[in-house]
Write a protein that binds this ligand. Structure first.
Ligand code: NOJ
Length: 597
């Protein structure tokens, strides 16, 4: 372990500039965006499932935190087979979550507080309960109703073999065959493609009606006044011509595993950059970019810098940058940052690569550590020996080696403070401002995630990071709603994390976030710059960067790091020994500090 202490008397220098600051312009370039997962945020009607009035009632918490915008996961009419990512009506609010009027109230009250609202759009697939799919089921093969989806005849004389070998991301085959009917041709009943659950049929994005419908859905919400859209599975809407077989493995949160024999991409990539076959023939096809160019134009008709945010699990980063070219989307989630290990040199590399890549297309970089699809970072980072951590990011099983909760929260706070000190836009997942870990011990009978069922429990799924938020330690259900009911059980430890135990409590995770967002705003770090602090370049223990006039330093080593004498600590993720007249503050392991020299 190399120990690198800065000399206590020499001021720090930062000569390797990675990213220059810019004048704050469109709001989304430097925004802190808070993800609300409506089922689990706050329940106003007492049915145990969060709802829109619940979100409205908690706006004061969000305003106190100091975020700029909310991204709401789906609240549309849906049979909830995939917690709302199976949409039956894109223009209606599901009664579980309230009404369209409730949405208007939320939007208005958020806007009054200066908080913008981004809604989720799920264009890759609909629910099987959507009127279009129901019509397709009633219509014959080759009909216009079937042409909106990916229906195909099966292989073999009787069509009983699926059209190709693709696997669903939730486990099992990606094709389901319809029941036999008297209208069937010689190939028998057709099959339909579903990259996710059987209840989520994929749309055919070469179909003009599909394109027109989604432009209309965009306008519906834009007319209401939303500030942007998070685009679900933004890399999946167009499939390779001929739907070729592929022997790789797709997984939403672990990226794709290359097949043993790399499939050669049939069409040369548009800009000759990289072979797309690493992402599989169902993902990252050049055609998706035409859709985003069209949507960019739709948003441009509206005032107020509305934005499109891509959820695109593609590699390498050059491919991701293509989603945020000047005439396409505005932001893309940086999952490479989320999946980076707790390692100084890897973090430095990914931060630099992310900034260079987004700068190359003039887009802001985003930073994210948690969301509703991955294990919370307070749990992911709780492994002293990283090899003990289960592979991937999607969930820790009760039978896996267990994370150390204290280590996890310490590192999670340090990671969050590092993230919030970076230039660009940052995403905060509900509850991370309270330091919540996953609920790992959910009993099997309480689990809800379709991936748990489709893999017979082999994949534990994402329920652990979706547990209802604890608001009040002493209330039933920790104040999630008026009845104490919660759609997933909460662990007993959630009482200590409850918001009312943290607000105005010095040293709490909530107060750390609040202070960080305050300093971030005042010092304009979101639109700021990044240069590596020379004294720590190459250190295997420390990430230290200068953003405008603020140094952000994370100590990932085992030894404490001494700051220069006179350094003024602005915010810290953990205890740090205070400076004396002739020695600077000491920053212990797994701690981030922001300071000025
Ligand atoms: C990504 C969403 O974030 C996830 O929750 C969902 O299951 C899939 N897309 C399918 O819509």
């Amino acid at each position: 372990m190399t120990r690198i202490d800065s000399s206590p008397t020499k001021p720090l220098s930062a000569s390797t500039v990675v990213h220059a600051s810019h004048e704050p312009s469109e709001w989304w370039r430097d925004a802190v965006i808070y993800q609300v997962y409506p089922r689990s945020f706050a329940d106003a009607d007492g049915d145990g499932i969060g709802d829109l009035p619940g979100i409205t009632s908690r706006l004061p918490h969000l305003a106190a935190l100091g975020i700029d915008a909310l991204w709401l996961s789906p609240f549309y009419r849906s049979p909830q087979k995939d917690a709302g990512y199976d949409v039956a009506d894109y223009r209606a609010v599901d009664p579980l979550f309230g009404t369209l009027e409730d949405f208007d109230v939320l939007l208005e009250q958020a806007h009054e507080r200066g908080i913008r609202i981004i809604v989720d759009l799920v264009p890759n697939h609909t629910s099987d309960q959507h009127v279009w799919f129901q019509e397709a089921l009633r219509s014959p093969a080759g009909s216009p109703a079937r042409a909106r989806y990916m229906f195909r005849d099966g292989k073999g004389a009787d069509g009983s073999t699926p059209p190709n070998n693709w696997q669903s991301i939730f486990g099992g085959p990606a094709w389901t065959r319809l029941p036999a009917s008297e209208d069937d041709g010689p190939a028998g009943p057709q099959w339909y493609l579903h990259l996710f659950d059987t209840s989520q049929p994929d749309l055919d994005w070469s179909n003009d009606e599909v394109k027109a419908e989604f432009e209309d859905v965009l306008r519906f919400w834009l007319d209401k006044g939303v500030d942007g859209f998070r685009i679900d599975v933004a890399h999946g809407m167009v499939k390779a011509d001929g739907l070729p077989d592929w022997s790789g493995k797709t997984s939403m949160v672990e990226g794709t595993e290359k097949p043993a024999e790399q499939v050669v991409d049939p069409g040369a990539p548009e800009d000759g950059l990289v072979d797309t076959s690493v992402n599989g023939p169902m993902f990252d096809q050049d055609g998706v970019h035409d859709i985003y160019r069209a949507w960019h134009q739709v948003l441009a008709e509206y005032d107020g810098d509305r934005c499109l945010v891509a959820e695109a699990w593609v590699e390498p980063m050059e491919r991701l940058a293509r989603y945020v070219r000047a005439d396409e989307m505005h932001q893309a989630f940086n999952f490479a940052f989320l999946t980076t290990e707790w390692d100084a040199s890897r973090l430095r590399d990914i931060v630099a690569e992310s900034l260079e890549m987004s700068d190359s297309v003039g887009a802001p970089t985003t930073w994210v550590l948690s969301n509703h699809d991955v294990s919370r970072h307070a749990s992911r980072l709780g492994y002293e020996d990283a090899s003990q951590r289960p592979a991937g990011t999607a969930g820790i099983k009760p039978t896996d080696p267990q994370p150390d909760e204290a280590l996890g929260i310490k590192r999670a706070r340090a990671a969050s403070l590092l993230m919030l000190g970076l230039p660009g836009s940052a995403y905060v997942y509900q509850g991370e401002e309270l330091g919540l870990p996953d609920h790992i011990m959910i009993p099997d009978e309480a689990r809800q995630d379709p991936s748990f069922f489709r893999t017979n429990g082999e994949e534990i799924g994402r329920d652990g990071c979706r547990v209802p938020i604890p608001w009040e330690a002493a209330a039933p259900g920790y104040g999630f709603g008026p009845t104490g009911k919660t759609w997933l059980p909460q662990p007993p430890s959630y009482g200590t994390y409850a918001a009312d135990q943290q607000r105005d409590v010095e040293g709490s995770t909530f107060e750390m976030y609040r202070r960080a967002l305050e300093v971030r705003g005042e010092a304009e770090l979101g639109s700021g710059s990044l240069a590596w602090v020379d004294e720590y370049q190459g250190s295997s223990d420390v990430v230290a960067l200068l953003n405008r006039d603020v140094v952000v330093l994370t100590n990932l080593g085992t030894e404490a790091v001494t700051l220069p004498v006179g350094a003024e600590v602005l915010v810290a993720s953990g205890d740090h020994a205070t400076a004396t007249e002739d020695s600077g503050a000491r920053v212990p392991r797994d701690t981030t500090v922001w300071f000025r020299v």
